[in-house]
Design a binder for this molecule. Structure first.
Ligand code: PA5
Length: 442
């Protein structure tokens, strides 16, 4: 089980920017437990993901592993989770393992060109992921790849699996029209909460990770997050702490700072979850992705002496499962020889703690989540923990953590310009904007 140390958000440790135990009396945690217990939002179905049967995913994983390449097409929640699983559990994967994994989660033509130059489609298995089946970016990459397979005379069924809603949407229709392989995403599980569904688990299987290990970790933390007592339930506690630090101390920005390159894309996964779930109705918290020690030489200055806005969440790791002793050389240079005899893991851990102390001394709040090691079990815990924490934080802000109304306008304008039926007025609006947009130019 991972450990959470919250000393550095408490007033007796960091001074006036911190919280006191009584501040937590402002939290109506009973309301949150009730929302969850009554499943007031059907989207809370993600809580059940650790219980799922993975046999179908394993079957498809076995098929995919026979190919040289695995190409994932998806965006947002349909890509960030798989990428985090890939980069956390199999770093530098493509340099030494097969199938090589490519995640195309944009519509940048140069990226697609580069991928198609590297991979041989005859030896490629494609996973198209879209819960809604209507996301334009995924639809176009799917259409392009569909045509490419066809032009090469390759069978779509043999080279593709579609991960989508079990009943609805364009992709589900294509699955049944063309009798394709498919994996279902539970109808009530929304994109950014879907990493522990077939969305992320198939990538895990493809890279040789037992998806059940991710689910075991998730299940364990899920049990702890069911406890109906704020001080014993890590998810409601962290949600409440971050919420209180904002409403009482103006700390608007949540910095995700894992001390491991392997968790860099986890940081990005978290950012989508946090931003898209909480940023609503003029409320919420803003996430900031980072990685230690790298960002000590990039962002730390601002966290320590800049705006009084940040709360840093450290993720520290006990065992990196690799180490290097620093050699006894350059003994005549004091500025280097003091490092000799120590190890890389000692240095990264020391720097993590030193940063924690530096923030604390300046009265800047931080929380430390410590994991014993980075493996499927603990990654599963992190995914599930932050998914639950995000939903709970949304309930504290009284916003729906499962929708994203703010992103619809841009989508509708794009539909209009690209000629989708029913969006003619949006097209007009778009064209009018273009007429006037050069009014102020320098
Ligand atoms: O969290 C969400 O629901 C979104 O970020 C989606 O993941 C993203 O828009 C992609 O949607 P879809 O999987 O329907 O293509």
């Amino acid at each position: 089980m991972f450990k959470i140390n919250y000393s550095n958000i408490m007033q007796d440790i960091i001074g006036k920017n911190g919280l006191i135990a009584n501040d937590f009396n402002n939290i109506d945690d009973g309301k949150i437990y009730k929302i969850i217990l009554n499943r007031q939002y059907p989207e809370l179905a993600f809580l059940d993901l650790p219980e799922q049967n993975t046999s179908e995913i394993k079957e498809i994983g076995k098929i995919a592993r026979q190919f040289d390449n695995f190409l994932l097409l998806g965006i947002g929640g349909s890509a960030l989770g798989p990428r985090s699983i890939l980069e956390s559990l199999s770093p530098f994967h493509n340099l030494h393992k097969k199938p090589k994994v490519f995640i195309y989660d944009n519509v940048d033509p140069m990226t697609l060109k580069a991928i198609l130059e590297i991979i041989d489609l005859k030896k490629t298995f494609i996973n198209v992921i879209s819960k809604s089946g209507s996301t334009a970016e995924t639809a176009v990459s799917f259409m392009i790849l569909w045509q490419r397979l066809k032009d090469l005379g390759l069978s779509h069924d043999k080279h593709m699996v579609i991960t989508t809603d079990p009943q609805k949407g364009n992709l589900r229709k294509i699955v049944s029209d063309y009798n394709l392989k498919s994996l279902p995403i539970h109808p009530d599980v929304v994109g950014r909460y879907s990493v522990l569904s077939p969305v992320g688990l198939l990538t895990a299987e493809v890279i040789g990770i037992d998806s059940d290990d991710l689910l075991r970790g998730a299940k364990e933390i899920g049990q702890r997050c069911k406890i109906a007592r704020l001080w014993d339930n890590p998810a409601i506690f962290i949600s409440s702490a971050l919420y209180l630090l904002q409403v009482l101390r103006n700390r608007d920005i949540t910095v995700m700072l894992p001390y491991s390159d392997r968790l860099k894309s986890f940081s990005e996964w978290f950012c989508q979850l946090w931003a898209e779930s909480l940023g609503k109705q003029g409320r919420g918290l803003m996430p900031y992705p980072s990685v230690g020690t790298t960002d000590q030489h990039s962002q730390l200055q601002a966290w320590i002496e800049g705006l009084e806005k940040y709360v840093v969440i450290f993720i520290s790791v006990d065992d990196y499962k690799a180490d290097f002793e620093i050699p006894h050389i350059f003994n005549n240079i004091d500025g280097m020889s003091y490092l000799s005899g120590h190890s890389l893991s000692e240095l990264i851990k020391t720097e993590q703690e030193a940063t924690e102390i530096a923030l604390s001394k300046k009265g800047k709040p931080s929380i430390n989540i410590n994991i014993p090691r980075i493996d499927a079990y603990y990654l599963g815990q992190l995914f599930h923990f932050f998914s639950i924490t995000t939903a709970m934080t949304g309930f504290l802000y009284d916003v729906n953590p499962f929708d994203q109304p703010g992103v619809e306008e841009g989508k509708d304008l794009t539909y209009g310009m690209m000629g989708k039926k029913g969006y003619e007025a949006k097209r007009e609006e778009f064209l009018n904007y273009r007429k006037n947009k050069d009014k102020y130019i320098i």
